[in-house]
Design a protein around this ligand. Structure first.
Ligand code: NAD
Ligand code: LMR
Length: 337
């Protein structure tokens, strides 16, 4: 079991007991799903979260009732699947996590989810732009490379777009890369923090082993394949029952925790897919690189730094692919309008 006491130490729990400054409402949209449930559980165990709002088109109140019995201080509320329920779930939120949408089945790419998930994310983004325009929006629903630009377009159309507050959650790629490296090198995975840049699908996932303490891993084709296609490993193993949920819940909870921590601490850095200046000249508006987080969301976007020629080749392939993913609301499927 993922014990809160092992993740959040006693000192941290005391430091974040109840001062008004630390009141943090976190909303999960898609809270009754495969990711939504364990993610909500982990957020309930996080002492930085004081108010947890759970919304789903089915089952939100049930999940909330269950989680609310856990003996941590935060208040948990489940909302009815109505427009007013959604608005109430969003009102006052500081962080909105969106894992709503369908997962892959074997043989599908993440892009195959676009037709269904684009409209789900679009509608939830419209509600967030209205009821939580200043919240940090954390997009988990796939294809992340396209769903994040959709949220940006919706917020722009509503006149409330703040690029510092929109994040595609790519933390699972970092978590996987770090774990796979620790298995090869027989190290403590907690000591590994592999930088992964680009996007969140196949060749757009670019791990930079040259920047780790194991530069010899650049060129390890099997490791690269596991990092780029780790999602497929899980989809195949689940054999039609969905994609990664538990590891994703951990990754989403970690990213939310980093954002909350960055309200009061400097130097909190996570790779994440954001509106980025790095490759705009190549027509790429969103890119994942190391981002320093702060009280206003994005504090500083770092460039990819020094990489090897082999990694540059991977980055070139990534950029070519990302160019195709950029999307505006106009390119939403007809039924989504
Ligand atoms: P799931 O089907 O188990 O759960 C999705 C939930 O979303 C369901 O409970 C469903 O009722 C809900 N939902 C659907 N439409 C909704 C709406 N309009 N409003 C609110 N809730 C709605 O799927 P899952 O396994 O939890 O995966 C969810 C998404 O996350 C998928 O698109 C998957 O590809 C993606 N994912 C992303 C990453 C990542 O690294 N970013 C990792 C794993 C999965
Ligand atoms: C993952 O990386 O596990 C997720 O994006 C889900 C998927 O479809 O692979």
């Amino acid at each position: 079991m993922f014990a809160a006491s092992r993740v959040f130490g006693a000192a941290q729990r005391r430091a974040f007991s109840a001062s008004a400054r630390d009141l943090s409402k976190v909303t999960v949209l898609g809270a009754a799903g495969g990711i939504g449930q364990p993610l909500s559980l982990l957020l309930k165990l996080n002492p930085r979260v004081t108010d947890l709002a759970l919304y789903d088109i089915r089952g939100g109140p049930g999940v909330a009732a269950d989680i609310s019995h856990i003996n941590t201080a935060s208040k948990v509320t489940g909302y009815e699947p109505t427009p007013s329920g959604l608005d109430a779930a969003l009102k006052g939120a500081e962080i909105v996590l969106i894992p709503a949408g369908v997962p892959r089945k074997p043989g599908m790419t993440r892009d195959d989810l676009f037709n269904t998930n684009a409209s789900i994310v679009r509608d939830l983004a419209k509600a967030a732009a209205k009821s939580a325009p200043d919240a940090n929006i954390l997009v988990i629903s796939n294809p992340v490379n396209s769903t994040v630009p959709i949220v940006a377009e919706i917020f722009k159309a509503a006149g409330v777009y703040n690029p510092k507050r929109l994040f595609g959650v790519t933390t699972l790629d970092v978590v996987r890369a770090s774990r796979f490296v620790s298995e090869i090198k027989k190290t403590d995975p907690a000591d590994e923090n592999i930088v992964v840049v680009g996007g969140h699908s196949g060749v757009t996932i670019v791990p930079l082993f040259s920047q780790s303490s194991h530069p010899d891993l650049v060129g390890n084709a099997n490791l690269l394949k596991r990092v780029q296609f780790g999602g497929d490993e899980v989809v195949q193993a689940k054999d039609g029952a969905g994609s990664a949920t538990l590891s994703m819940a951990m990754a989403g909870a970690r990213f939310a925790e980093s954002l909350l921590k960055a309200k009061t601490q400097s130097g909190v850095i996570e790779p994440t897919f954001v509106d980025s200046p790095l490759y705009k000249d190549q027509g790429i508006d969103f890119f994942a690189s190391k981002v320093e987080l702060g009280p206003n969301g994005v504090e500083k976007i770092m460039d990819v730094g020094k990489i090897t020629s082999e990694e540059q080749t991977l980055l070139d392939a990534c950029l070519a692919d990302l160019k195709k993913a950029s999307c505006s609301e106009d390119s939403l499927p007809e039924h989504a309008h």
